[in-house]
Unconditional design. Sequence first.
Length: 148
Amino acid sequence: MYSESPLISLDQRFHPVLRVFLSVVRKDLPLSDLRNVWFQHDGAPPHKVSSVQQYIRDTFQQQVIGYGDCVEWPPRSPDLTPLDFLLWGYIKQRVYVTPPPTLQEFRNRITDACASVSPSILYNVQREVQSRVQMCIVAEEHHFEHER
């Protein structure tokens, strides 16, 4: 589809991105808080790369929630991650209205879509996270299904 260079594989790029992100988190959180941090992933292909899995296990030991990890990701759980339940779908809708003809156009559409996230959207996301957290509290550690 693109006449320019191929898209970068997320599988190859996720590990370095994760390292940089976690170095920033470590800098900003006191050690006592870091001990309470859990890593949650949904089993997407970049999360399954062996080097990424090893890094996550080395960093978080037994505090990992995800497919095949210490704590399994519950099926059909109410996702508490706004990137998953809102942003990726929102971005995809805007980027792929028609197939982007070039890699540069693809990048421009992603940038424009991110810039179009309004304060009202962020407010609604905040309310949705609160609603989903409340459902978890009401369930009192029991499994439940969430369909919206």
